[in-house]
Design a protein around this ligand. Structure first.
Ligand SMILES: [Zn+2]
Ligand SMILES: [Zn+2]
Length: 295
């Protein structure tokens, strides 16, 4: 899969260079904004590949979780970059709306068409593996959005010589920037949630508890923690009250079943369960830090 991501990055380098030169020569801000956007895409893919390599390194005595969080940090850095680029271009576009500058239509259209073709190529490249991997899926969605942005630039080029032509170029730039800003902000939100030990966004803790309680009526969970180390690596810890009648071996069997259940139905890669018979005094689902400090 990495090879496809590399190929998509290489395509993006070509688009970026073509749009940068074409944008400067034709005076089209829409092209330049798309160039900046595609450049940030290259950075994103390079960052993702580097982070993925790092995240595959096994845990060490000092980093017992391994390096999965590197992917989250890389995504956050990328999002900040995207937002920075968007703000610069949006400012320029607003200025152009006030003081319109003519663009060179032929060159702009040619480059925009090349960019559109390359973006569509990228989409096709990533489409086949779209469902396998959340990173590839997000890259795919992103490329699809890029193809739409390129289409907007093509439309702006076609309209360049109409009476509204002077305003279409910065307007298209704003549309491109708006899309980038939106994905940048949602990426910041998502990564910050992970860094704040948030539960996976698509999971409701109540639903998970209901599910476990229904499947294992003999086990009552409290003091639950549920978080993710990085994309696709979910962790859970809980206290579990079990019947006094169970011996150690029976508890081990029960917990093994619960762990398989959590893995298969809720994607929990790493569950740590603490058995209790009389109970630790806590009954709430969520732990409170004060209680945790006492023995
Ligand atoms: Zn993009
Ligand atoms: Zn407890």
């Amino acid at each position: 899969m990495d090879r496809r991501l590399w190929a998509s990055a290489a395509l993006n380098v070509v688009i970026t260079l073509a749009e940068l030169v074409g944008g400067l020569l034709s005076g089209s801000l829409a092209l330049l904004s798309d160039a900046a956007h595609n450049f940030s895409d290259v950075a994103a893919v390079a960052l993702a590949l580097w982070a993925r390599r790092l995240s595959r390194r096994p845990p060490t005595p000092h980093h017992t979780y391994g390096f999965k969080r590197a992917e989250v940090l890389a995504a956050l850095a990328n999002a900040v970059l995207l937002i920075g680029v968007s703000v610069v271009i949006a400012r320029e576009a607003l200025e152009r709306l006030l003081y319109p500058t003519p663009v060179q239509q032929g060159l702009m259209l040619a480059v925009a068409l090349v960019a559109l073709a390359a973006n569509v190529g990228s989409v096709l490249l990533l489409r086949r593996h779209e469902k396998d991997d959340v990173n590839v899926r997000s890259a795919f969605l992103h490329m699809a959005q890029d193809a739409l942005a390129s289409l907007a630039v093509v439309a702006a080029a076609l309209l360049a010589h109409t009476p509204v032509g002077l305003y279409v170029d910065p307007a298209a730039a704003l549309i491109v920037v708006f899309a980038v800003l939106r994905s940048g902000l949602s990426l910041v939100w998502e990564t910050l949630s992970t860094l704040l030990e948030g539960a996976p966004p698509d999971v409701s803790l109540e639903a998970l508890l209901d599910d476990v309680t229904t499947a294992f009526p003999g086990a009552t969970l409290h003091h639950l923690h549920f978080w993710q180390n990085g994309p696709g690596q979910r962790l859970l810890t809980a206290h579990v009250v079990v019947s006094e009648a169970l011996d150690g071996r029976a508890i081990e069997c029960l917990f093994a079943e619960i762990k398989v259940f959590l893995h298969d139905r809720w994607g929990v890669a790493h569950a740590t369960l603490e058995p209790e018979v009389t109970g630790c005094g806590e009954t709430k689902i969520l732990a409170s830090w004060d209680e945790e400090r006492s023995p």
